[in-house]
Design a protein around this ligand. Sequence first.
Ligand code: LRH
Length: 479
Amino acid sequence: MSGGAVAAVDLGATSGRVMIGRVDPRGTLALEQVARFPNGPIRLASGLHWDLTGLYAHALRGLAEAFRAEPTIASIGIDSWAVDYALMRGDRMLGEPFHYRDERNERAVETVHAKHPFDDLYARNGLQFLPFNTVYQLVAERDSGCLALADRILLVPDALAFQLTGAPVAERTNASTTGLVRVADGTWDTELMAALGLDAGQFPSLVEPGDVIGELRPTVRDEVGASRGIEVVAVGSHDTASAVVAVPMADPSTSAYISCGTWGLVGLELPAPVTTDAAREANFTNEGGVDGRVRFLHNVMGLWLLSESVRQWERETGQSLDLPTLLADASEVPADSVAVFDANDPRFLAPGNLPGRVAQWYREHGLPVPGNRAAFTRAIVESLAEAFAEAVRTAASLAERSLEAIHIVGGGSLNQLLCQRTADRSGLPVLAGPVEATALGNVLVQARAQGWFGEDASLESMRDLVARTHAPRRYEPRG
Ligand code: LRH
């Protein structure tokens, strides 16, 4: 057989989706969205959390819809944002997972760095410093006494796969974002765990994208209406790993990518990690990609800056604002009439009054604060485009690459102003799309696991199908 259908559960920080993916390597790669549901932080007395139970309920309903619409679905794959985890005791989840934007990690960062300075950690795990890397969260959890109650730690997609199958695993691309996997050989760093008082026995065995996690539990099978035993297959369960699978780059050695959603993940796909002093100082990360490739990238704040600003303006005005109108107004504002701010400033990480914090940044730097919402929006787009261009330049220089194009995938690929200004500011053509790269990458890895691409299909052959079915839109750099 050379094709068929699979189901992808794709959870982003602001929404989740269940998709049917139909694949035939001869020329079909199509997504049908059967469910979309909101996601976001919930502030409980203990801090910012995710409603993972609610997300699971939505995923189940979506899967039931998927099996109704397409009874031949061969497997299910799950991806989500990285770093966050559920604490488990036996089959039981010990409370809803913390949201990575919760502010509890500051003390844990100090505790970890006192024992293992960042240089030392970087040499071991190759990860950029982000205050919410799982290693810091787990030390905070240890200090709160809650970690001792758990016998297992499951990253978010693995926690959902566990609910579906009862099989506990740690998918490797997502595990690579914990800070507890060795960059040298991709195995759990049990030595680091021991030094930090973490119990290696709490971490499940690592599995590769394409491996079978397990079959649906009988009760789940009934709930979703599957007529046969259906396997949950590990995909690049880190959403960014799945997105990179579906970047239609013909040659990864001359292309950069930006997976642009809530975050802008800007970087290169490399055959081997780069953990030089310069890479560490530039805070570039070496995350695990599908097929052992390395995602050498930097986290830029991303569309969060826009969505969080819109949320604040809506709170202030009591009216709902339309982002496309705001962007159309912003495109009328001359680019050189607004100053660029540092989109990477950590003060923009937490939820709350984002425009207020941007205004404060301008005042501290003696620069004029944009006078209205259109100018503010323009300033955000210009600052993101500049941060993207800068990260591409840095990646190319750190990895000694000469680049010919930047691919933008994800929600940001629909933002024409952002794509054009990234091309202008980088001096490189931008190839925009597909918007649903994450779900496509999820679907492609499952399709390959089903054997639909033949025995040893490469990432390149899967990307070729993406390029044939989702031709990117090209933006040439101007002036
Ligand atoms: C994007 C993402 C990113 C991580 C962040 C926590 O959704 O997975 O790659 O750094 O969320």
